[in-house]
Design a protein around this ligand. Structure first.
Ligand code: FAD
Length: 472
């Protein structure tokens, strides 16, 4: 076995606390210490828009600071960069938190095979989930396709042990050359900020990094968790945890959140159930990797979507928050302004695109992945499929959100709409929900008339659904 340092290859686990893989790296590295590395991989950066890349940059800064400036950031193909580095320092092992996504699994197998040529093991310890995808199975050993059945089994796996941050003897980036490409790139990438990833982008109120994540969790567990069930749908209120960007990059592990929000009250129970949705979708994606891009329900694969110039124009209006439907515009503008959107508005905006504009959910999913700082393939694709009625369970296609009724119910004072749609800043409910009553009359200056008639398009959606079902 090699005697050099262990490499802790950080990916979606940008923290030091509650980190089983880091504990293992400390154990394996022993006297030689641990080299902490992150690889900027174009395959992952390309589909990520600037908001998420900017948040990532901030998380890397925070991690580097917590490591006393020892984080090494390399750029390139991990299957070249990681084995080169490991060979160069005679690494005892490369340790990672397992990745269960389609690309991550394939990347790690490629890295593992090349490392094996130098007899360096790739050790997978822990993952981004409280329960690893693929673990929760039926009595017959089959994947569970319905959330409630999954949750019942997921809940009884545990207890989940939360680990303190270990004492790590961090190793500096080696002065000897591994390959010239790595040394050049590392030299350039090592400074805390990096070109292009974070220029001029704001990430709403989300301060990146582990300390900010823990502070948010503490605030949620102490003050908000018990009201969570009642407040989580009120879009104008900060009634949810706001942990999604941190869970996305592993600034915090869901185990830590589950351990702290452990009460039997309705709020805490509902919160744990939401964490379970994240784990359920990761599990579905693990078993059905094609579901990231393909409709899960075969019977709806033939649903007719609009495309061409009119659909393109409507999609642009939706993405810019200029549909003339106030609640949809508020949600889409929140996304543009903050790189984040409230869960209820995500459902309403997604439903509007799919069921009132008849645009393929994949167009919307791509736009969300571009803009969201918490953009996550499993949660996003399956959040879209759930709303479109083409996914796992729960929301059948014919359940169509009315953006007017949703606003009356979950934004009763109109605070959320007025916060993001400045043209409506002085309009009160009920006119606020449907200024001009859909006719365009009495609309405030500069605010567009609705791009579609909600009632007519609802009927159209139902007819397309009946047609697709009839053919299957
Ligand atoms: C169309 C659509 C797209 C979505 N895309 C994403 C995405 O890319 N990334 C993402 O993390 N979430 C996504 N969600 C789920 C959900 O909207 C966000 O997780 C939630 O709004 C994050 O806010 P929060 O952290 O305050 O959540 P809280 O209400 O505080 O919930 C706690 C945690 O539970 C998890 N969670 C909550 N609801 C869901 C859900 N419906 N599905 C999966 N996990 C959930 C999240 O990790 C969240 O941080 C999407 C939902 C829809 C309808």
């Amino acid at each position: 076995m090699n005697q050099g340092p262990a490499i802790m290859w950080f990916r979606r686990d940008l923290r030091l606390g509650d980190h089983p893989a880091l504990h293992e790296a400390v154990r394996v590295g022993a006297e030689a210490g641990v080299l902490g590395v992150f690889v900027l991989d174009d395959a992952l950066l390309a589909p990520s828009g600037k908001p998420r890349a900017a948040f990532l940059a901030g998380c890397l800064d925070a991690l580097n600071e917590a490591m006393g400036g020892h984080l090494v950031i390399l750029k390139g193909d991990p299957s070249i960069v990681i084995p080169d580095l490991a060979r160069g320092i005679n690494a005892s092992a490369v340790v990672v938190s397992a990745d269960f996504g389609p690309y991550g699994q394939q990347r790690d197998s490629a890295v593992e095979a090349i490392l094996a040529l130098d007899r360096i093991p790739l050790e997978r310890v822990g993952s981004s989930y409280a329960v690893d995808p693929g673990t929760v199975l039926s009595d017959k050993g089959a994947p569970l396709k319905v959330f409630t059945a999954f949750r019942r089994r997921w809940e009884i796996i545990g207890p989940h042990v939360v680990l303190d941050a270990p004492d790590v003897s961090w190793v500096d980036f080696p002065s000897m050359a591994t390959t010239s490409q790595i040394v050049d790139d590392a030299g350039r990438m090592r400074p805390q900020r990096f070109d292009g990833l974070d220029d001029g982008v704001t990430v709403g109120s989300f301060e990146p990094g582990e300390a900010a994540a823990l502070a948010r969790l503490d605030e949620f567990a102490g003050a908000k968790a018990s009201y969570y069930r009642d407040m989580r749908d009120i879009m104008a209120e900060p009634g949810t945890s706001g942990l999604s960007p941190y869970l996305r990059f592993g600034c915090i592990h869901p185990r830590t959140a589950l351990a702290l929000v452990n009460g039997d009250d309705e709020g805490s129970t509902t919160f744990r159930s939401e964490i379970c949705w994240r784990e359920f979708y990761a599990d579905v994606l693990f078993h059905e990797p094609q579901s990231a891009r393909e409709t899960l329900q075969p019977s709806l694969a033939d649903l007719r979507w609009d495309d061409g110039e009119i659909a393109e124009g409507r999609f642009q209006a939706w993405a810019r928050g200029e549909t003339g439907i106030p609640l949809v515009d508020a949600g889409m503008r929140q996304l543009l302004a903050e790189g984040w959107m409230h869960n209820r508005t995500r459902m309403i905006c997604a439903s509007f695109l799919v069921k009132h504009l008849h645009i393929d959910w994949r167009w919307g999913a791509r736009w969300f992945m571009d803009r969201l700082i918490d953009g996550d393939l499993a949660s996003n694709s399956h959040g879209w499929q759930w709303t479109a009625g083409t996914g796992t369970d729960a929301a059948p296609f014919h359940r169509i959100f009315s953006p007017i009724a949703q606003a009356e119910r979950f934004d009763a004072a109109g605070t959320y709409i007025r916060r993001y749609v400045s043209e409506l800043a002085t309009v009160e409910p009920p006119q606020l929900y449907e200024p001009g009553g859909g006719s365009g009359l009495l609309r405030p200056d500069g605010y567009p008339a609705p791009i579609v008639d909600l009632k007519a398009e609802r009927e159209e959606a139902l007819s397309r659904f009946a047609h697709a079902r009839g053919r299957s």
